[in-house]
Design a protein. Structure first.
Length: 229
């Protein structure tokens, strides 16, 4: 299987390629430069593997949540490439991809992305026995102090939401905090890992059915709301 994965939902722009049993990836923290970087990154990975685009079997993409422009870019690129190559797409939650950055043990994982405007994107998971994840709750957008979590004896927390709202999130944990990393971003390597499981299970989709997940409709505070913030 040759699978190309794209993740552009946050400040991190990353691309990964599964080529047989090998995974290679490129990633850069590059706010507002994703459109400039992502296709050259993809071409560099294909060249490194000695593949042309027509050798690809499937395109994977982080579907969000995250920055509106980044999510739209990733989905649009995945759709365009897959349509041109006549291959399917697998969409992967950017929060799930982020959760795979946590240490590998039996603790619950809280993946949390700073959503700006005083809010976070959040979801919690446990690892399964096949290299994937089991969702413990729904993806949502909320204020950190309003986050409700399922019970777990131990937690890992990953993502920029922790970097911004650590104190409020610590108070919401239902068990002991084992590790926390506020400098983690969703990565295409993890999108590729989860997408490979989905593809093997027959859960790829036609490019036109690959849809973004935003979780909220609003992108900015009004002037009145800014005055109250």
């Amino acid at each position: 299987m040759n699978l190309l994965a794209i993740e552009t939902a946050t400040e991190a722009c990353s691309v990964a390629l599964i080529h047989g049993d090998e995974v290679i990836a490129r990633s850069e923290i590059a706010p507002r430069r994703h459109a400039e970087l992502v296709l050259p990154m993809a071409d560099a990975l294909l060249a490194e593997a000695g593949l042309g685009r027509h050798a690809l079997n499937v395109i994977a993409v982080g579907r969000g949540p995250g920055a509106f422009t980044g999510v739209r870019l990733g989905i649009s690129l995945a759709q365009g490439m897959a349509l041109a190559l006549d291959i399917p797409v697998v969409t992967v939650s950017s929060l799930a991809a982020l959760a795979l950055e946590a240490p590998e043990d039996d603790a619950a994982i809280l993946a949390v992305i700073d959503a700006r405007m005083g809010e976070i994107y959040a979801a919690s998971y446990r690892r399964d026995d096949n290299g994937g994840l089991v969702a413990l709750d729904e993806e949502r957008v909320c204020m950190p102090a309003a986050l409700a979590l399922p019970h777990a004896s131990h937690w890992h927390v990953v993502g920029t939401g922790w970097g911004t709202y650590a104190e409020a999130l610590r108070a919401r944990l239902t068990g002991e905090l084992r590790t926390a990393d506020g400098a983690c971003y969703p990565q295409a390597r993890r999108v590729a890992e989860l997408a490979a499981l989905e593809f093997a299970a027959g859960r790829a989709t036609a490019p036109e059915h690959a849809l973004p997940v935003y979780l909220r409709d609003k992108v900015a505070l009004t002037l009145v709301e800014q005055g109250k913030a």
